[in-house]
Design a protein around this ligand. Structure first.
Ligand code: FES
Length: 107
């Protein structure tokens, strides 16, 4: 299992034990984490899985792809250098303990 922490705008932290190979989006949706919608199911067509990778994890998670850049142009909340589509972050053992922050809104 890989631990992921989702931090809401109000500071509420939700800790999830996810399966290796799962995405940060799917782990959130299947555990009813408010703030990640994942409307397209992970096919990079919606941007409702927008999240901000915590500074401490940015290097391990790596940069977003050009396709993510394109989709994030339609994101509801501010896009920063830490913005990612959480459906595109696959959970590996190296990401055990990952912390992501949730945007204000997804629509
Ligand atoms: S779930 Fe739709 S872009 Fe990530």
């Amino acid at each position: 299992m890989i631990k992921v922490t989702y931090v809401a705008q109000d500071g509420t932290r939700t800790n999830i034990d996810a399966d290796e190979g799962d995405s940060v989006m799917h782990a959130a949706v299947s555990n009813d984490v408010d703030g990640i919608v994942g409307e397209c199911g992970g096919s990079m067509m919606c941007a409702t899985c927008h999240c901000y990778v915590d500074d401490a994890w940015a290097e391990k998670v790596g940069p977003r792809s050009a396709g993510e850049d394109d989709m994030l142009e339609g994101a509801a909340s501010e896009v920063t250098e830490r913005s990612r589509l959480s459906c595109q972050i696959k959970l590996t053992p190296e990401l055990d303990g990952l912390v992501v922050h949730l945007p204000e809104e997804q629509f």
